[in-house]
Design a protein around this ligand. Structure first.
Ligand SMILES: NC(=O)c1ccc[n+]([C@@H]2O[C@H](COP(=O)([O-])OP(=O)(O)OC[C@H]3O[C@@H](n4cnc5c(N)ncnc54)[C@H](OP(=O)(O)O)[C@@H]3O)[C@@H](O)[C@H]2O)c1
Length: 340
């Protein structure tokens, strides 16, 4: 016997990837229901070789469903996740709404799978921010060996991290640059994204940082270790899919770059591509559609006592969202629900 699964937000970028990944990984599904807003009622979505019609989340009865994978944004999640949870369906949520709630586990299965066991307080498990998820997969095995003191990270985040409308904005603005009279004004982003970079993701906070940067700090502490100090600069770049990160790490103990490379080669969810030659590293276009978090450019930082630099790239719609959510469902299945 397998699981009765709901995918909420099935017409969105993350929801569609969830459907793909559930099928690709042969998650044991007995029944799958795709949900979205009323606007998408009847919209067809693919699940393996099946075509399913999307239902309206409003009024949907979650009773009898085991797991609901949510990717509908914080506002709609606030309305519908408590309903699903109350009706006995475990929600795995991609929005930021529950991530910092002490009664909700925040899980990256390669890092803290045991946290899943705390799901029952609210019947909700949170999926981290896309930029945090790929980073902590790399940090955890290094932290286990040499204890991380401080991380300085700069991100290069693709537009798919802002949803469907942002992908259209980059596409239309890029085309519009070449056709006089068809220029596209910024709508999703505060400035032009085509042929540009924008050092601003999510809202500004009182200390001058942005919410996206704060998320990386708070989520790393919750998932890996509250003692890790982290400072981030999050930047949107004109890439469709795939987030990149330049990560500088300071350890308590010395960690040689060769040993770090070996540790990362053995670590779950990581693929090391690190040749010191032209093209001997991974770029975002190469990671699209992949499950792995790719690590390149591993090298000592000799300006601090125990320092290391690395480059980290992953498909943000996969490890940053849909894949991690499906991995949480798998972990929940293996540790708790035990069906399939
Ligand atoms: N993209 C990423 O890299 C990423 C990473 C981590 C987390 N997330 C989170 O995942 C969520 C979805 O992101 P996305 O990129 O997939 O966005 P998206 O492509 O814009 O899709 C949004 C989805 O939510 C549905 N939706 C919106 N409002 C709704 C409502 N009131 N009731 C029911 N369904 C509603 C939409 O349905 P309709 O088609 O009917 O409008 C659509 O299926 C967000 O919370 C986002 O923060 C995204």
């Amino acid at each position: 016997m397998g699981y009765k699964v709901v995918v909420a937000g099935a017409t969105g970028n993350v929801g569609r990837e969830m459907l793909n990944i559930l099928a690709e990984r042969q998650f044991p599904v007995d029944e799958l229901v795709p949900l979205a807003s009323r606007r998408s009622l009847g919209t067809e979505v693919s699940f393996g070789d099946q075509t399913l019609k999307t239902k309206d989340i409003d009024g949907f009865d979650f009773t009898g469903y085991d797991i609901a994978l949510f990717a509908i944004g914080s506002d709609a999640t606030k309305k519908y996740a408590p309903i699903a949870a109350k009706q006995g369906c475990i929600v795995i949520d991609n929005s930021s709404l529950y991530r910092y709630d002490p009664d909700v586990p925040l899980v990256v299965p390669e890092v803290n799978p045991e946290a899943v066991d705390g799901y029952a307080k609210k019947n909700i498990i949170a999926n981290p921010n896309c930029s945090t998820a790929q980073m902590v997969v790399a940090l955890k095995p290094l932290h286990d060996r040499a204890k991380i003191k401080r991380v300085v990270v700069s991100t290069y985040q693709s537009v798919s991290g802002s949803g469907k409308a942002a992908i259209d904005e980059l596409w239309d603005q890029t085309k519009g640059m070449y056709v006089p009279g068809q220029e596209v004004e910024p709508k999703v982003y505060p400035k032009q994204i085509a042929f540009n970079v924008i050092p601003h993701i999510d809202v500004f906070l009182d200390d001058g940082s942005t919410k996206e940067e704060w998320k990386m700090v708070a989520e790393t502490k919750k998932i890996v270790d509250p003692a890790i100090k982290l400072t981030a600069t999050c930047v949107r770049v004109p890439v469709f899919v795939g987030h990149s990160e330049a990560i500088n790490i300071e350890f308590e103990e010395f960690l040689d770059e060769d040993e770090a490379r070996d540790i990362l080669r053995e670590a779950p969810g990581i693929m090391v591509v690190d040749k010191r030659e032209d093209g001997g590293y991974v770029t975002p276009v190469e990671c699209v559609g992949d499950f792995a978090t790719f690590i390149s450019r591993i090298r000592q930082d000799s300006t601090i006592e125990n320092g290391l630099n690395l480059w980290c790239v992953s498909d943000n719609l996969r490890k940053g969202a849909a894949l991690n959510a499906v991995q949480i469902a798998e972990t929940l299945g293996n540790r708790v629900l035990k069906k399939g």
